[in-house]
Design a protein around this ligand. Structure first.
Ligand SMILES: Cc1cc2nc3c(=O)[nH]c(=O)nc-3n(C[C@H](O)[C@H](O)[C@H](O)COP(=O)(O)OP(=O)(O)OC[C@H]3O[C@@H](n4cnc5c(N)ncnc54)[C@H](O)[C@@H]3O)c2cc1C
Length: 495
């Protein structure tokens, strides 16, 4: 593994999102003097929070998986997760709601899950489920050690028995075909392939290796952090602060001060300069800050329209997380990743965390986040720069709410008290490339050793990258891992 040469005592981390926080905790744990510079007024980045009239709306992630990664990160400074966060394992991971009116409750407990599948689709599918979950766990084990949980400098780093084992298990075939080999029931096929969209690709084009994303949620279960997902970055920042990391909120890094091929400091808007022996950049578009760093034209993930609602209604009978599938399927992925149109028959992720955590809404109320995948703004990535989301959003909002009313969230629209809507234009205005918060898609050419490494080959020798646009990838677990990988580029491997 390549590492930053020379002195690395003082490190500046740009960004206090989950990647920046994970990096800072790791570096501080290894004895570095760490300053985190964040342009926002607190930690979290994309894992943001809006609090209004007693409703706490998480505006970023809603599905929190793999808490052991956060625990491991906190342990780097001698902290225990349970002293900083209360996590509630969700009894029902997801409720999958299908267009034919049926539904399936997914449980992390295999026997309960299999019983649900048997009731929905019969004993053969329940037996297939058990085989599939075992296969998924093994695929994940193989991939964690080869692709995900390590710095990769060249494709040759992959060579080894795990790679051959992955190939033998069909990891490089198509995801949709892989899932179809196990399940006959179309509803189960959808349930085990929609996660490809979390990685920014259609299951009809994704390689089967991406099946492992379902190991993180369906296989291993989902947790709710009490106080909302925003409690996770707050806990990480508090632990980092107590360990001696310095936070500079409301401070924007304007440029890196480069002398003789090395960064010697970061320059903040307003003229202040912070000296640094090494810098970790966790922004969405590192190209904007790191002189000399470039990459081939990336392909970006689809974006989303996210509706965050505080409603004065109990909405009885709804689950914490529901995946509400429309009838259309292949066509939806075409719309999102090829033809650049909003979904004509939407599949939606609806989360109602106040079902589990009453601290998030006033008595008699609920908070809901509705994520509707949408094309991004980059035509090269199958997106559409021509959609005027500012003009379209009121109509699109009505459409999404109408869909939810028709699918069982009866009375939702009239009960809305507070509301926050993000569209691809919101993300673009925050400086995210292609108007997507999901960064570079996990196409084959942007995965593993083909994705930008945490220590780029171009640019100053002491600049390291972390976050969703570099290895290993997108989503909370991946960016937390990227924090460790980035820190190890500075400290060398720590186990
Ligand atoms: C609506 C939505 C739903 C999602 N759902 C899920 C989910 O259910 N599960 C899941 O695992 N993931 C989900 N994600 C993805 C997940 O939130 C992200 O992958 C992750 O939070 C990205 O973290 P990061 O640290 O890489 O980036 P960020 O959180 O964007 O952190 C980068 C930080 O850098 C700061 N910054 C940028 N430029 C500068 C500068 N020049 N100077 C100083 N600071 C700067 C930014 O303000 C920001 O705080 C979702 C995201 C969104 C938006």
């Amino acid at each position: 593994m390549r590492t930053v040469p020379g002195r690395t005592d003082r490190v500046v981390v740009v960004g206090a999102g989950l990647a920046g926080l994970a990096t800072a905790l790791r570096l501080r744990g290894a004895g570095r003097e760490v300053t985190v510079v964040e342009r926002g007024d607190g930690p979290g980045g994309r894992a943001g929070v809006v609090t209004r009239d007693g409703y706490v709306l998480d505006t970023g992630p809603s599905v929190f998986t793999a808490p052991e990664l956060v625990a491991d990160t906190l342990a780097a400074v001698g902290e225990r997760l349970e002293d900083r966060l209360t996590l509630v394992p969700l009894d029902t991971t997801y409720r999958a709601q299908f267009a034919d009116g049926s539904h399936l409750d997914v449980h992390a407990d295999v026997d309960r899950f299999a019983a649900e599948v048997e009731a929905l689709a019969g004993p053969a599918e329940a037996a297939a489920l058990r085989r599939y979950l075992a296969d998924l766990a093994e695929l994940y084990r193989l991939q964690l050690t080869t692709f995900i949980d390590r710095n990769l400098d060249t494709p040759l780093d992959l060579l080894g028995p795990e790679l051959w084992a992955l190939a033998r298990r069909g990891g490089f075939g198509r995801l949709s075909s892989h899932v179809a080999r196990f399940f006959d029931d179309d509803r189960l096929r959808r349930l085990f392939s929609f996660q490809a969209l979390y990685a920014g690709v259609s299951p009809f084009r994704a390689i089967a290796a991406y099946a492992v994303i379902a190991q993180l949620d369906i296989g291993a279960g989902v947790w709710h952090p009490v106080g909302g997902i925003g409690a996770v970055p707050r806990a990480m920042a508090a632990a980092a602060g107590d360990a001696g990391v310095v936070f500079r909120y409301g401070a924007t890094v304007e440029q890196l001060d480069v002398r003789g091929g090395r960064v010697t400091g970061v320059c903040l808007e307003g003229g202040e300069r912070l000296p640094a022996d090494a810098v970790v950049v966790t922004t969405d578009v590192p190209e904007g800050l790191v002189p000399g760093f470039r990459r081939r034209r990336p392909t970006y993930s689809p974006s989303c329209v996210a509706l965050h609602l505080g409603v004065r209604s109990e909405l009885p009978g709804q689950a914490h997380h529901t995946i509400s599938f429309g009838a259309a399927w292949e066509q939806v992925f075409d719309e999102l990743t090829r033809t650049g149109r909003p979904m004509s028959d939407p599949s939606l992720l609806v989360s109602m965390p106040s079902r589990t955590d009453r601290s998030l809404a006033p008595d008699g109320g609920q908070v809901l986040s509705v994520v509707a995948p949408a094309p991004n703004l980059d035509p090269h990535s199958g997106g559409n720069p021509g959609i005027d989301w500012d003009a379209l959003t009121p109509r699109y909002r009505e459409e999404v709410l109408g869909t939810l009313e028709a699918r069982g969230w009866t009375g939702l629209t009239d009960a809305i008290e507070v509301e926050h809507v993000d569209t691809p234009l919101t993300w673009a205005r925050q400086g995210m490339a292609a108007g997507t918060p999901f960064a570079l898609a996990h196409t084959f050419g942007q995965t593993g050793p083909f994705r930008t490494p945490t220590l780029p080959r171009r640019g100053p020798e002491n600049v390291v990258l972390a976050g969703s646009s570099v290895q290993p990838g997108v989503g909370v677990p991946m960016v937390v891992i990227s924090g460790r990988l980035a820190a190890e580029r500075i400290t060398g491997p720590v186990r």
